[in-house]
Design a protein. Structure first.
Length: 65
């Protein structure tokens, strides 16, 4: 008699309930900290954009004029 593959692949439900995913924890933390999370996201977005623009400006081709 062969074991049921679906039963072997399914994780126990008590372990799933004990440990929420990192995504759920991050979303819960972001909701709790609201304004600070938005500020950090905005600063990160501005910093990354500025970095990419700087790299593009420094690496621009020098065309003969």
């Amino acid at each position: 008699m062969t074991p049921d593959p679906e039963a072997a692949a399914a994780p126990p439900t008590d372990q799933v309930a004990e440990r929420p995913s990192f995504l759920k924890l991050a979303m819960r933390n972001m909701v709790r900290k609201g304004r600070q999370s938005l500020l950090h996201f905005g600063l990160t977005a501005v910093g990354l954009t500025a970095f990419l623009v700087l790299i593009a400006w420094l690496g621009r081709p020098q065309l003969p004029g």
